[in-house]
Design a protein around this ligand. Structure first.
Ligand SMILES: Cc1ncc(COP(=O)(O)O)c(C=O)c1O
Length: 390
């Protein structure tokens, strides 16, 4: 590529309505933020439980920074393994009910590292067609054979497994988002558990959007669907409902030991700052408390109210249980025009376009937070109906 080619690509993205740019907000991830000097309702943050500016997390982060400093100084395997890292790993293993857990620097680094680390050319990864980009990249890095099954289609997945079984050589893994990030629907985990048992595979669930949000105790999609103990590898992130930054995988001790030795994004990267890690532990305190339960209940109640105000007019799922609500707009221009108009009305919702979603599946991706107020959400739903002529 050359400078000229890069410029041409950007021009053609602009022409197709697909050019992306940054929007800077002022203030914390609260229900309202300042954007371009205007106060707007924030409807596109993954800070689902509203913990990103919670005093308990801020206090824990400041305390750890005072005690341990701002940086960890090295990768975990050199000198960057500190008290807060192992404390959080122990808490995460307890939380997900596994032998062990391991921190990664972000969800992207976790998915690429786990799949690259554990899987190799003799192995097969069965991957849902709507899995997150970091899973797709992890599959590529692993050099394992990757078979993509149609979204949530257990029959299609089983047919693939039946076809592959006679010439099986290595390990099999089924990998899926728990909550799909752009659609907010759930993976059919009980059915996937049946298949992984029937065909002797491991099941890895990326619960970036379910952890903290779903289940009686916030343990995620698998708890909500009653199969927490049947998942082999629980990947989760600390940057969404947990209000901080970073990610983890929880599972059998031997696999954690293997990843410590083989996951390149773990081995070759400076570890998370101690303050960030301490905020993760503080977030778990809240998630597991009565306050966490109240926040989850409120989030679900807000979802119901918001969706009811849209329900008869567009294709939102009235039975959904997650704070992710996609409003399909199909074309990029319609999507971005709607997003821009909503901003003029004081509502910040991002338009989502390819390659994040398939062509023709552009959307306004509304995400709710437990800190939202009903009247603000109802007004936003009215405005969305107005701009999309629903
Ligand atoms: C399903 C899913 N997995 C992984 C990630 C990556 O996590 P992180 O933002 O911590 O890199 C995201 C989103 O960012 C996601 O939506």
């Amino acid at each position: 590529m050359s400078l000229d080619a890069w410029r041409k690509t950007l021009d053609s993205l602009r022409q197709d309505g697909l050019l992306r740019s940054l929007k800077t907000i002022t203030g914390a991830q609260q229900d309202h933020v300042s954007l371009d000097g205007m106060e707007v309702l924030l409807l596109c943050s993954n800070n689902y439980l509203g913990l990103a500016d919670h005093p308990h997390l801020i206090e824990a982060q400041c305390r750890a920074a005072r005690e341990y400093g701002t940086g960890s100084g090295a990768s975990r395997l050199v000198s960057g393994s500190m008290g807060p890292h192992s404390e959080l790993e122990n808490r995460l293993a307890q939380f997900k009910g596994t032998e062990s857990a391991l921190l990664f620097n972000a969800g992207y680094a976790a998915n690429t590292g786990i799949l690259q680390g554990l899987m190799g050319p003799d192995d097969i990864i069965f991957s849902d067609s709507l899995n997150h980009a970091s899973i797709i990249d992890g599959c590529r890095l692993s050099r394992a054979k990757t078979l993509v099954y149609p979204h949530g289609d257990l029959d299609a997945l089983e047919s693939m497994m039946v076809r592959e079984a006679p010439h099986r050589r290595g390990q099999w893994v089924i990998v899926t988002d728990g909550v799909f990030s752009m659609d907010g629907d759930l993976a059919p985990l009980p059915g996937l558990v049946t298949l992984k048992q029937r065909y002797d595979a491991l099941l890895m669930v990326d619960d970036a959007h379910g952890t903290g949000v779903l289940g009686e105790n916030g343990k995620g999609t698998a708890e909500f669907l009653g199969c927490l103990a049947d998942v082999d590898l629980h990947m989760g992130t600390l940057g969404k409902a947990l209000g901080g930054f970073g990610a983890f995988v929880a599972g059998p001790e031997i696999l954690m030991q293997y990843l410590i030795n083989r996951a390149r994004s773990f081995v070759f990267s400076t570890s998370l700052p101690p303050g960030v890690v301490a905020a993760g532990t503080a977030a778990l305190d809240i998630v597991e408390s009565e306050e966490g339960r109240r926040r989850r209940q409120r989030l679900l109640a807000l979802r119901k109210q918001f969706v009811e105000n849209l329900a008869n007019t567009c294709s939102v799922d009235v039975h959904g249980v997650t704070p992710i609500i996609p409003i399909i707009t199909e074309k990029p221009e319609v999507t971005m025009d709607a997003s821009a108009w909503l901003q003029t009305q004081g509502v910040f919702v991002q338009g989502i376009r390819p390659p994040t979603v398939p062509e023709g599946r552009c959307r306004l991706r509304v995400t709710l937070m437990a800190t939202h107020q009903t009247d603000h959400l109802l007004r936003a739903a009215d405005l969305i109906r107005e701009v999309l002529n629903l």
